[in-house]
Design a protein around this ligand. Structure first.
Ligand code: FE
Length: 181
């Protein structure tokens, strides 16, 4: 059901893309900026798609609102990755699944990273388990998509600029269709 999945995803953006989940920019602006950052960084199409779709789980089961309003971690990266894995290759779904762990990783290994997170990301960090411990670091570094997940995380963190106009969602449809199995 490849093509219907893209339509379903675009419909979710139409319904929930204006939500902010505690950030300064809307969800749609956020992921469009993350995808543009990936593109400017010379990332492969799979990682550009991952950047565009990394928060799709926020739209499922009210996950985004759960974190923002109820102080509850609905594991949006897991439900989002599971949806994407139905049609997209692992190069797309795996960095999405790992993008929260990548934040916990960078908090543990990169001085100043945690302090520079957005307010919403700092709040969710605690619900997500805080910085990784030594065992968590080793497990994460052994992931096949470790590097892609860290790269995605940086696009995620930087894709929160006020008033940055970037290409729209529809412009990504051909790229998504090419990636789908
Ligand atoms: Fe995000």
């Amino acid at each position: 059901m490849p093509r219907p999945l893209i339509d379903d995803i675009f419909t979710m953006f139409a319904r929930f893309g204006d939500e902010r989940y505690g950030e300064e920019v809307t969800q749609l602006q956020h992921v469009l900026q993350a995808a543009q950052l990936a593109r400017e960084d010379g990332a492969p199409d799979s990682l550009i798609a991952a950047a565009l779709l990394h928060d799709i789980g926020q739209f499922m089961d009210g996950a985004g609102l759960a974190a923002d309003e109820h102080n509850f971690d609905a594991r949006h990266e897991i439900v989002g990755a599971a949806l994407l894995a139905r049609a997209f290759p692992r190069e797309v779904s795996e960095p999405v699944r790992l993008h929260v762990t990548a934040k916990r990783y960078l908090c543990a290994v990169e001085p100043g990273y945690q302090a520079a997170l957005s307010r919403a990301s700092k709040l969710s960090l605690e619900l997500q388990g805080g910085p990784l411990d030594a065992a968590g670091l080793a497990t994460f570094e052994a992931e096949p998509f470790f590097a892609a997940a860290v790269a995605l995380r940086r696009y995620d963190d930087l894709g929160k600029r006020i008033d940055w106009d970037v290409p729209d969602l529809e412009s990504y449809r051909p790229l998504l269709e090419r990636l789908i199995r």
